[in-house]
Design a protein around this ligand. Structure first.
Ligand SMILES: *Cc1c(COP(=O)(O)O)cnc(C)c1O
Length: 361
């Protein structure tokens, strides 16, 4: 073939989403993608359905009403918000706008795989900072970042580990990084966190002109299908993102459903409460089987399996799949002995516990 993309593009391993099928099983339980088991807000669904009358129309390219609704919900200036086709798109756009070939991008050891894709798409080099107890280690990140990191990506809480760092730690990270390093705090799971020392980094993004906070409608709002996310940052960064995004990057049904979802705090609270109970149940039950479960504040747990033949993560995964329970192998994250399991409906969580009880016996 003579036609070649830019150097490095063919080194990218395409992102592999969580499996959705179990061979031979009609209605498997999908706990592989951290989706909201409660569906979405009924108000968001109605808004989505009502929007079907207007499918011939271009959406508002500035997603003005959606940004206003988000701004109102979080007390943020809508002018400092940009919406995207999932927060994924916003992470990609940050790479497109700020990275050049050879640049250094830093993540925590078990950082979200998309950060690697973002770096590689721009020919940048991704360097990982070692974690302690599957948790971001700010000193390690600062050391790896040094004086020349272009972007530091931190998911707080992180996926696939489920761990978080305190607001003090995030602030210490920002204060320790040079001014010309962009700090991206990916808060896809922020709404689930129930810890007194956890806080959003919105205040840092307000204070500093080199901090971006990203949020998504895919998790607590249960709108993963619509692909909707947003970023909050200094106006200078928002201006850059508005230049590199597609003119109509967020579609009209997503805007309408997103406005309804952000206003439906009742649904958000019910989702968070359901998750709290499910998390506690999974930690207690799986821990009771002798499995090591990393303390999670997200909507999933990272479960570590023995290396003993017959009890490995790969064998557990196959066993669960045969029972129609789909979870997420995390070998691509360098965690070959672990599985990530999304918190499901109570009945689904029971099935997982029952199956793993049988598996570990
Ligand atoms: C799920 C997830 C996202 C959200 O992705 P969307 O593109 O908004 O669906 C972002 N970051 C992390 C760490 C995630 O796990």
């Amino acid at each position: 073939m003579t036609l070649q993309p830019r150097p490095g593009i063919l080194d990218i391993k395409p992102y592999k989403p969580g499996a959705a099928d179990a061979p031979g099983i009609a209605n498997p339980v999908k706990l592989s993608s951290n989706e909201n088991p409660m569906g979405c807000s009924p108000l968001a669904r109605s808004a989505f359905e009502a929007s079907s009358k207007n499918l011939n129309l271009y959406p508002d390219g500035g997603a003005t009403r959606l940004r206003a609704a988000i701004g109102k919900a979080y007390n943020l200036d809508p002018a400092r918000i940009v919406c995207g086709t999932g927060s994924d798109e916003l992470l990609q756009l940050l790479g497109r706008a700020y990275l050049a070939p050879g640049d250094k991008v830093v993540q925590s050891q078990y950082g979200f795989l998309v950060y690697r894709l973002v770096a590689m798409q721009s020919g940048a080099e991704l360097v990982s900072a070692p974690e302690t107890n599957f948790t971001t280690d700010v000193d390690a990140v600062l050391q790896v970042a040094g004086e020349d990191a272009r972007i530091v990506f931190i998911a707080n809480p992180n996926n696939p580990t489920g761990t978080y760092i305190s607001h003090d730690e995030i602030r210490r990270l920002r204060e320790g990084l040079p001014e010309n390093t962009l700090l991206v705090v990916d808060e896809a799971y922020a709404e689930y966190v129930d810890r007194p020392d956890y806080e959003t980094a919105f205040d840092l993004a307000r204070e500093y002109d080199n901090v971006v906070v990203t949020r998504t409608f895919s998790k607590i709002h249960g709108l993963a299908a619509l692909r909707l996310g947003w970023a909050y940052a200094d106006g200078s960064i928002i201006d850059v993102l508005n230049r590199v995004r597609g003119p109509f990057n967020v579609n009209l049904p997503a805007i309408e459903a997103g406005i309804a979802a952000i206003e439906d705090t009742d649904f958000q609270q019910r989702s968070a409460e359901h998750n709290r109970q499910g998390l506690a149940y999974m930690h207690q039950q799986l821990g009771g089987l002798g499995l090591d479960v990393t303390p999670s504040v997200g909507n999933f747990v990272l479960v570590h399996f023995p290396e003993t033949k017959g009890k490995t993560a790969a064998e557990a995964d196959a066993f669960l799949t045969r029972k129609g329970l789909i979870v997420r192998p995390v070998a691509p994250y360098g965690l070959p002995n672990s599985l990530r399991i999304t918190i499901g409906l109570d009945a689904d969580n029971h099935k997982i516990v029952e199956a793993l009880t049988e598996f570990m016996a």
